[in-house]
Write a protein that binds this ligand. Structure first.
Ligand code: HEM
Length: 203
């Protein structure tokens, strides 16, 4: 048992990466598929009572999920592509597998940046103001910017996940197939977001 430390390392890093990825992206989908339509339904006078208590919890898991997914992702990237030397082909060029990884990793990194530097700083002001009983005067503008970044992340998550799973499962998928991944991945989320506004809240 455990006579293959390199494979064990891969499993442990992937386990951490995927567990935190689920925590992060699960909350992203909660915000976009559940919370956006819910906020449209929720009476304005209830927001100060409901939103800080619900959403500050959700944002805790969301932002720290993003941070640890990113850190495990960087470790995996270093381990697989440099320690295990998958970055370059035998002829010295960047491998097709690495191109897919750069595609997924770049999208994931932009999403991580959006969480920490666009969405959370604004939500902190909005929800902090609500919790303190002094709503932020620019709350609507802050929410609009945070909302756009959150929508972007939802659309980007589709192609990003292709970039995560293609390298290890279909490294020969030609790089032009990234266009297909963008269309399929973002199209899927276009459909689900539309659907989210039609979910009935009666049984
Ligand atoms: C934030 C930036 C991210 C970076 C830098 C990153 C990096 C990586 C790397 C280097 C791999 C290994 C790929 C290979 O074996 O060739 C990987 C795999 C993977 N990542 Fe990410 N990742 C990021 C975000 C995410 C997110 C948000 C998720 C969502 C759940 C995710 C899910 C996965 C999955 C499912 C795999 C496949 C594991 C396997 O095939 O065994 N990643 N990632």
């Amino acid at each position: 048992m455990f006579d293959d430390p390199a494979s064990l390392m891969n499993v442990l890093l992937r386990w951490g990466h995927i567990v935190f990825g689920i925590i992060w992206i699960g909350h992203l989908y909660f915000f976009n598929l559940v919370n956006v339509p819910f906020q449209g339904d929720l009476a304005k006078e209830l927001k100060p009572q409901v939103n800080p208590k619900l959403l500050l919890r959700a944002f805790y898991w969301f932002r720290w999920g993003a941070m640890y997914t990113f850190l495990f992702g960087i470790l995996l990237f270093g381990y697989k592509y440099f320690h295990q030397k998958l970055f370059f082909d035998a002829d010295g060029g960047v491998s097709n597998r690495a191109l897919w990884m750069l595609f997924g990793g770049l999208l994931g990194t932009i999403m991580w940046f959006n969480v920490w530097f666009v969405i959370w700083p604004r939500q902190k002001l909005i929800l902090g103001g609500l919790a303190a009983g002094t709503p932020h005067p620019d709350a609507a503008a802050l929410a609009a910017t945070a909302g756009k970044a959150s929508r972007f992340n939802t659309y980007a998550s589709g192609p990003m996940l292709f970039g995560m799973i293609v390298p290890n499962n279909y490294a020969g998928w030609p790089a032009v197939g990234m266009l297909v991944a963008i269309i399929l991945g973002a199209g899927f989320w276009f459909g689900l977001i539309k659907r989210s506004f039609k979910i009935k809240t009666v049984v």
